[in-house]
Design a protein around this ligand. Structure first.
Ligand code: GMT
Length: 393
């Protein structure tokens, strides 16, 4: 199949999932075209069946806000017609589903039928998408996608609760490549990060307010009083300075490291003893899944997609949002009991295996095939610079 993928090219979960999906589809022989404003961070190499098309928005003095959706729709029209794509898979509703819908209409006007799959990831529904300024357009673009998928049962419920949805939503969970993580685990050089019996605790996020990074530091503060430990804060975002301030004020500087964004997540996780994720919203929790795959016990809140991992007493513990005391107590329990820690490490990997890439990618492929068969897209041929026409049989 020839597949177009639209996503955010950043470190965020939706971009990571979209990129890993595209890479795996290309490994399986599909031709994959990424269309976004810069090369996705996890897309390290382009191959003969893996393409990247950059969307640029020209500056113009009249524009207070640059019209990215317009540029993206035009680029989609261009790429889809030039490369004769079979389908377009957009990740994150805003503004991708909307731009995809517009591109579909422009192509339709030129006799080309392109099916659109929209995958909802979380904040596009639970935070930004239901703002009154966006809601009508988001509702419209969800209802007018050919297929809608979302990454957890919890996100499906939220989508139905928050929007007037007149269609089916398929749940396809996020995934990881267990084989890759297994190799990483075998070759892990733990002593690069920790000294002696020091325990390594890690948090990974985009430091947005909903990640509650101050809770991470408060939990660590309690742990650190009892356990020789170090906290590694991975990522970047709006609450980073607030977190650094807290660290300085509370004399945690010698035990907390802020790493910023990094592509070495696997190296850090495989050296870690505990993963902290005290978010108030998390539609899936990809970073928790990555931790599980690298055998790291998880302490998290009991919300959204995190509930669906079955963490409690299995490979970690969950708490209500903001219950710092319980999170710290549970962390200490794990870190001070090596038998429990080992049991949780093994269970974490066992649970992560359910989300192995080999179980999930075929679910997307099935959806793609069903759409192609229903839509039977005509394959137009490009003429001149802008126009397309239907290929003569
Ligand atoms: O967590 C974020 O704020 C980033 C956001 C994104 O769009 O990249 O993550 C969302 O999508 C991820 C991939 O599906 C999920 O693992 C995250 O749980 C989800 N974030 C939230 O729901 C807050």
């Amino acid at each position: 199949m020839k597949i177009g993928i639209v996503c955010y090219p950043t470190f965020g979960g939706s971009g990571v999932v979209a990129t890993e999906l595209g890479i795996e589809l290309s490994n399986k022989g599909h031709e994959v075209h990424f269309i976004t404003y810069s090369q996705p961070v996890r897309l390290e190499a382009l191959t003969s069946n893996l393409y990247f098309h950059e969307v640029t928005v020209p500056e113009y003095p009249l524009f207070k806000y640059e019209p990215y959706e317009l540029a993206l729709s035009s680029k989609l029209y261009d790429v889809i017609s030039k490369h004769k794509l079979d389908l377009l898979h957009v990740h994150y509703a805003i503004p991708h589903a909307y731009a995809g819908y517009m591109a579909k209409q422009i192509l339709k006007d030129n006799g080309y039928n392109i099916p659109i799959i929209t995958t909802l990831h979380g904040t596009d529904i639970t935070l930004v998408g239901n703002h009154p300024f966006y809601k009508p357009a988001v509702t419209f673009s969800i209802n007018n996608s050919d297929i809608v998928t979302c990454v957890s049962e919890s996100l499906k419920e939220d989508t139905i609760d928050f929007f007037n949805i007149k269609r089916e939503i398929n749940v396809i969970p996020n995934f990881i490549d267990i084989k890759k993580y297994d190799e990483k685990h075998k070759n892990c050089k733990k002593n690069i990060i920790s000294k002696g019996d020091e325990k390594i605790i890690v948090h990974i996020s985009n430091f947005r307010p909903l990640k509650r990074v101050i809770d991470v530091l408060k939990v660590f503060q309690i742990i650190n009083k009892e356990i020789n430990s170090k906290l590694i804060m991975v990522g970047d975002g709006p609450d980073k300075n607030k977190a650094k301030e807290y660290m300085k004020k509370n004399n945690l500087k010698s035990n907390v490291i802020f790493l910023g964004n990094t592509s070495q997540i696997d190296e850090i996780l495989c050296s870690s003893d505990l993963f902290l994720l005290p978010s108030e919203k998390e539609s899936f929790g990809l970073s928790a899944l990555e931790a599980m795959a690298l055998k790291v016990p998880v302490i998290s809140t009991n919300i959204g997609g995190l509930k669906e991992f079955n963490i409690d007493d299995n490979f970690g513990y969950t708490s209500d949002v903001g219950d710092i005391k319980k999170m710290a107590k549970d962390s200490i329990k794990i870190l001070s009991d090596s038998k429990l820690q080992q049991k949780f490490r093994d269970n974490a990997l066992e649970n992560a295996k359910k989300f192995d890439i080999n179980n999930i990618i075929p679910l997307y492929e099935d959806i793609y095939l069903s759409l192609i068969h229903i839509s039977e897209p005509t394959r137009p041929e490009r003429i001149g610079d802008g126009g397309v026409c239907v290929k003569k049989k």
